[in-house]
Write a protein of this length. Sequence first.
Lengths: 393, 399
Amino acid sequence: MQRELKQTATIPFWRDERVLKILGQIIFALLVLFVGALIYQNMRTGLAKQGISLSYSFLGNISGFDLAETSIPYDRNSAYWQAFLAGLLNTLKVGVVGIIFATILGAILGIARLSTNFIINRLATFYLELFRNLSLLVFLIFWYLGVFLKLPRVKDAILWPGDIILTNRGVGIPWGIPTASFPTFRLILLLGLILAVIVFLAFRAYSQRTGRAPLTLLWSFLAFVLVALVGWFILPVKPLTLDLAFVKGLNLAGGKILTPEFMALTSGLVLYTAAFIGEVVRAGIQSVSKGQVEASRALGLNGFQTLRLIVFPQALRVIIPPLTSQYLNLVKNSSLAIAVGYPDVFYVSNTIQNQTGRAVEMISLVMLTYLLISLLTSVLMNWYNQRIKLVER
Amino acid sequence: MASVEPVLPPMSERSNILRWARKNLFGSWYDAILTILGAWIAYWALSGLLTWVFTVAEWKVIVVNMRLLMIGQYPLEQAWRLWVWLALLVFLSGNSLAIWGRGSRYAIALLLLPVVLAFVFPFGDEPRKWLVILTVTGLAGWGIGRTSPEVLKRSVIAGWVISLPIIILLTRGLSESETGFLPDVRTNLWGGLLLTFLLTVVGIMFSFPIGVLLALGRRSELPIIRWFSVGYIELVRGVPLISILFMMSLMLPLFLPDGWTVDRVIRAMVAITLFSAAYLAENVRGGLQAIPKGQYEAAEALGLSGAQTMIFIILPQALRLIIPILVGQFIAVFKDTSLVAIVGLLDLLGMGKTVLAQPEFLGLQREVYVFISLIFWVLSYGMSYLSQQLEARLGVGIR
């Protein structure tokens, strides 16, 4: 009797949930591995037929093509990996400049969207609706072909206040040129940075000790500016001389010449991403309940203090995660550079791949690069997010 | 006894406007500066735009190439097939508007749009005829929908579901021979807005189930399934769409066994589907996380199996919660399809490039790209507007 009952109570293994789960996973894993192996095998045979084997050693070969703009020394006698690196730096350049300006414009738009001023409010709404529903690629191509390349020729250049020259060969802006005393000035700036950090730490310690909330960042920044200004004026030779862009024959010279490709890509990305950041900022500010503002006013804080100590820190918590994904979007969207001919990492890789026929290697390299950039950005933003997160019980 | 205060006369209209302006435009000195600055920007932008649209721009390039931009090289004698499925869609839209739409005035305005378009813009006779037919079918659908909304609900939903295969079938054709019924139209002839539309619809339709499966996989307690889902989602979300499109168009032929070929349009569809599935998975995961644990426990207490719990209890609630986000994702897919122009497909954007290569229309980039942008804008904005209406109707987010 006892034995019989025990027998009926045991579940056969093909109906035992624990066994099934493990078995199912093993089958799934085998399936994935099998498909992966199949693809790999097909790829090997396919490549072998073309007479190439999978290898990255070609990256050391001489590239033989020029790039329109690079941040590192590069010419047609450099190696492929140097071309790739130059492209990567161009991507990072667009990414960093784009993120800075998109954040500023986005914050302005988000605040303007909540303004009680009717016209400002409507303008911001219109801007957000306009850009959020555009196709970025179509806009970028329009922006490049229809605006930046349609600027007047160099001899009829448009002059904007602030010595900015607009032509279809690029935009010239004033730029500082380092002089003999620049290395010393750099050291002074470093000193200023150290001082700023010290001021920051001191104020934070003071804030934690007393519970007051001094304008820590502002004072640190002022400390840095003060050191920089003192350095600027005590040095016998000014560390930077202002160099204005000017028209020279059929070209621009002097100052800093920004190519139409760079301008179109960066400003297009900024205008587009700012609309999304604007929405993020608006949602963040609106997420702080009105009671918080009223309570802080009741405690006697003035408008600025309310904004700085109550609204802003709480809004920031809501803003940071979606802001991160907008930053990532901007960097990933910068790969559309290929449509406007700006030599970013994707464009350069495509050129290399066209020349060498190494599609698998180059595409995997590009994907890996973007993955690393995405990973780094999200690690950085997650670290920041952790710091400002609400500390709960 | 206190004397009764004399009743003040009502404020005049004029003083209301003044008060409004005082409050909303000139509240303080910086408000006034902002108002003047804003008004100046608005005037400058608007006048510049209007001057360009009505005096400078040469819209002939659009008028002449309308067919290319809309359907590409699709054979003209077969174009009726596209109009037929468009009529089907309009009919279903009319039905849906009658059943779910709130303001019937808007519905009629929307359905009358084809006729308005037909007579405002210089179309040929054939498209005009079809646009009128579209309006008639739309109004018919609306009328039928009005008669018995409750009965028709299910059949309308079924109609939407089977419309995709019908669209593909009509566009693609049935018979191999030139003379047979519905002759084959190869995908290399698909182009313009038609291709953009098909890429979008196929991308959305196929990425949706994959996205739901990935989301469930990511929340699964089985480690191998979870790792696979997480790996896939993060990998795809970490790289730009254009790199996946290139991978598909350059590497897919390598991945497949010898002798297998996949045509370029299908490759692009696969790339868009795989890309959008990862993003959808994250959206669906958000919805799943919002469902309280009690729902799972209650389902289990009622004796439902794991799969039943998911299909009948959890997913319906989770998906309902994220309708607005899903629509946003679909709009993103629609806007992203323009990237296929970079890998050489002739979608709306690719067609625009082709049009600009015609010698008589050199240098008209502004007109062509503004027109293309306008199409993308109107359709995206329309989708998001409709979704807002739907949200309000279904009471999503309001409990």
